[in-house]
Design a binder for this molecule. Structure first.
Ligand SMILES: *[C@@H]1O[C@H](CO)[C@@H](O)[C@H](O)[C@H]1NC(C)=O
Ligand SMILES: *[C@@H]1O[C@H](CO)[C@@H](O)[C@H](O)[C@H]1NC(C)=O
Ligand SMILES: *[C@@H]1O[C@H](CO)[C@@H](O)[C@H](O)[C@H]1NC(C)=O
Ligand SMILES: *[C@@H]1O[C@H](CO)[C@@H](O)[C@H](O)[C@H]1NC(C)=O
Ligand SMILES: *[C@@H]1O[C@H](CO)[C@@H](O)[C@H](O)[C@H]1NC(C)=O
Ligand SMILES: *[C@@H]1O[C@H](CO)[C@@H](O)[C@H](O)[C@H]1NC(C)=O
Ligand SMILES: *[C@@H]1O[C@H](CO)[C@@H](O)[C@H](O)[C@H]1NC(C)=O
Ligand SMILES: *[C@@H]1O[C@H](CO)[C@@H](O)[C@H](O)[C@H]1NC(C)=O
Ligand SMILES: *[C@@H]1O[C@H](CO)[C@@H](O)[C@H](O)[C@H]1NC(C)=O
Length: 392
């Protein structure tokens, strides 16, 4: 489809929402925009088009704030750690090996920002989740952010225009991310980088998420990485009962923490998870991602809160927060009286719906059409729905 048509479609999608409610309230005193539906309420900010709070009532009817974030929008730009709290990593999520890639025989160098400047993580030192998006529409149950990423920014070729729409329906947070490459062929891969603790850090038995149960029913394989987490081209088996087996049965995140193989599973000297699991749905024939089963389920017994994640993406990154060390604060809406108000090691889990990481440097994977977009190509589109329920 031609770009002009795509742009007018994007404008048409946004316009009615604007016309419908020009008077919806803007941000609250903390700079956050609220959207809600029955059983769910979320707060968002322009910085990184980030989710900052997500409220769900637990099994005891107590409202829990189950994502990490800061108490106010202005702190995101100041905080020295920049943990990519709840934002949209872009224009290319995860790592780019050697900060280089080749398109049509031309080598591009993007700005490195990790591992002593050996690679580029989440779009570079001024990636999308370091910038304020524009709020183009805000109603009681939906918000759309946009960003114009100029040609050459962080070393990427060509301009990219993106629209990020978050919508609440009964017990469900959905999102649609659209990105259009308007001038040159360029890599695009987006995701949502929310950090979860389904207990809102209020579980008296543990400040961690190690007792959360994870199920990845389609993920019998993962992408092999080197010791700084750069894909090395291999696709590895998650053998039954191995530490990376989350497919054969649901398992607590901490279930295999005494197994020797957990050391080094998330990079050099790192115990835990920071892995891109593949989502293999091919054997089921044509499917509709919205209603043919979640790609992931995370649940906590303490709060009873469960999230089923539905997505059209072919990979799923899990980071179990082995790098957290008590230096990040939890929010005023979280925690337990008498406990330190910080994120402990393994206190959270990041789950990213995405495509195969660094596929731009692995043409043999044959995923170019899902990673490289030019003005003659269709839009990059990512869709997901996070459906919440409460177990008794
Ligand atoms: C939680 O329950 C209270 C009391 O019924 C209600 O006012 C509130 O809206 C609920 N919260 C959510 C996120 O649904
Ligand atoms: C904003 O949030 C940060 C982090 O939660 C906190 O340290 C700071 O005091 C807050 N500032 C204001 C003005 O509320
Ligand atoms: C981004 O938004 C935050 C919160 O509203 C604000 O404090 C900050 O100044 C903005 N930054 C820029 C570069 O506009
Ligand atoms: C790594 O990047 C440099 C440019 O910074 C380039 O000269 C070199 O070819 C790249 N190496 C590989 C293996 O791609
Ligand atoms: C528009 O705003 C009004 C007042 O805040 C609100 O009552 C109404 O539900 C909103 N309509 C939509 C479609 O969000
Ligand atoms: C991992 O934990 C599961 C569930 O408790 C167990 O079945 C499996 O044997 C464990 N694997 C290893 C390598 O410890
Ligand atoms: C919580 O996790 C720890 C460590 O993984 C484990 O020893 C303990 O049995 C778990 N508790 C429950 C209630 O599952
Ligand atoms: C490995 O990590 C442990 C703590 O998790 C630390 O004490 C140790 O110094 C680290 N070893 C190396 C070689 O970095
Ligand atoms: C904790 O982690 C932060 C962010 O990664 C880092 O800056 C800090 O040095 C670490 N602190 C300790 C005590 O390891």
């Amino acid at each position: 489809m031609k770009l002009s048509i795509l742009l007018s479609m994007a404008a048409a999608a946004v316009a009615p929402a604007l016309a419908q409610n020009a008077s919806t309230p803007g941000p609250d005193k903390d700079g956050k925009y609220e959207i809600s539906a029955e059983g769910i309420r979320g707060l968002f900010i322009p910085y990184g088009a980030s989710i900052t709070n997500l409220f769900i009532n637990d099994t005891h009817g107590i409202e829990r704030d189950i994502v990490l974030g800061f108490d106010n929008a202005s702190y995101y730009e100041i905080d020295p750690v920049h943990p990519h709290f709840g934002g949209v990593p872009g224009r290319y999520a995860n790592r780019i090996k050697n900060s280089t890639f080749v398109i049509d025989g031309v080598e591009y160098k993007v700005t490195p920002n990790e591992n002593n400047l050996q690679d580029t993580l989440h779009g570079g030192p001024d990636g999308w989740d370091y910038r304020n998006f524009t709020v183009v529409s805000h109603t009681t149950d939906s918000i759309t952010f946009s960003i114009v990423d100029p040609d050459g920014k962080e070393g990427f070729p060509g301009e990219v225009i993106s629209y990020i729409t978050y919508t609440m329906t009964k017990n469900t947070w959905s999102f649609k991310m659209v990105a259009l490459s308007t001038t040159k062929k360029t890599p695009i891969m987006l995701s949502s980088h929310a950090y979860w603790n389904l207990d809102g850090f209020a579980n008296p038995d543990t400040p961690t998420a190690l007792n959360h149960t994870l199920h990845l029913p389609y993920s019998g394989q993962r992408i092999g990485v080197d010791n700084i987490l750069i894909p090395d081209g291999t696709i590895l088996p998650n053998e039954k009962y191995s530490v990376n087996d989350f497919w054969s049965a649901p398992k607590q995140l901490g279930a295999n923490h005494s197994a020797p193989e957990i050391l080094g599973n998330c990079g050099f000297n790192c115990s835990g998870y920071d892995n891109a699991y593949l989502v293999n749905r091919g054997q089921n024939g044509p499917y509709d991602w919205r209603n043919s089963g979640p790609v992931a389920t995370l649940a906590s017994e303490f709060s009873g809160i469960q999230v089923d994640i539905f997505s059209d993406q072919d990979a799923f990154q899990v980071y179990s927060c082995p790098g957290q060390n008590g230096s990040l604060p939890i929010k005023s809406t979280q925690g337990l009286e008498g406990r330190k108000r910080v994120v402990e090691k393994y206190g959270c889990v990041v789950m990213e719906v995405e495509d195969w990481i660094d596929a731009i440097n692995h043409p043999e994977w044959q995923r170019e059409k899902k990673h490289i977009f030019g003005p003659e190509d269709g839009a990059y589109v990512l869709e997901a729905a996070y459906v919440f329920s409460v177990n008794k």
